[in-house]
Design a protein around this ligand. Sequence first.
Ligand SMILES: O=C([O-])CC(=O)C(=O)O
Length: 200
Amino acid sequence: MKINYYPTTAISDGQNGEGFVGHGIQVIRDDLVLAGKVITVQLPVGENGAVLEALLLAEEGDVLVVDARGDCNRAVAGDFVISMMQKVGIAGLIVNGVIRDLEAVRSLDFPVFCKGTTVVAGVKNGGGKVNVPVSLGAVSISPGDYVFADLDGVIVVPKANLEEVLVKTKQKIVSDEKREKEVLRDQASTIAYLQKVTQK
Ligand SMILES: O=C([O-])CC(=O)C(=O)O
């Protein structure tokens, strides 16, 4: 199922600051954003075989979340595997590990969030698992949860909370816009606001 993207900062405000996976997982190109339902892969260190299994199970619009145990030596995917993700309709890739072929991957217009790059391919000896609960940093993610990701980072929304979080997120976007318009009108309105919020 395709879901609408909202800025990660607004989702975070709508979720009381919960669910951020940490600053180590960053987008590969500043303009790329991502939102969708999660399919997961858990890999032994250095492996990437199960990523290919997940490509056959993914539904159109799914986001592939790969727990590579934080390994920064062997790639979870390069431009070939990531091109196949795109072909089967996966919306984006989030990994607590590294990719390779960065220049070619950037040219695919496909949102990838990772810890960085490597030159070394992953091995395909088996042992990975598809659609099991995984973790990115301190955040647990189950298949069917939702993620939002952009230049500010990656945030997870548990499936059961999605509706409520989206309502709060939209309310926050509207109230932030209203506040900005009022407060930033001119210097006097800015100072009046600062005086009000700092009054003891
Ligand atoms: O085949 C792999 O495991 C990684 C790779 O180089 C690619 O996807 O282009």
